[in-house]
Design a protein. Structure first.
Length: 80
């Protein structure tokens, strides 16, 4: 087999090897991103669960605030 054929085979093998290493690095980066995003979403869900809005009627067991002296419930000065 001529030398040119061997050189072509070696060059092709090197190109394939470099491509395989590059693809392996991409796979490892994507796996790391997958685990990082999974942890981030878990944290976001935890924050969202702990900061839910209070229902329209108020929280259970919460008493209504007392009006200030001289004002009715709507904040209008009452005639005493």
């Amino acid at each position: 087999m001529p030398v040119v054929a061997w050189v072509t085979i070696v060059i092709a093998a090197l190109i394939i090897a470099v491509t395989a290493v590059g693809l392996l690095r991409v796979i490892l980066h994507l796996r790391h991103m997958h685990t990082t995003l999974g942890a981030l979403l878990g944290g976001v869900r935890t924050v969202a669960d702990r900061t839910r809005t209070v229902p329209e009627g108020g929280a259970v067991g919460e008493r209504e605030p007392r009006p200030r002296a001289g004002l009715d419930r709507d904040g209008v000065r009452s005639e005493l």
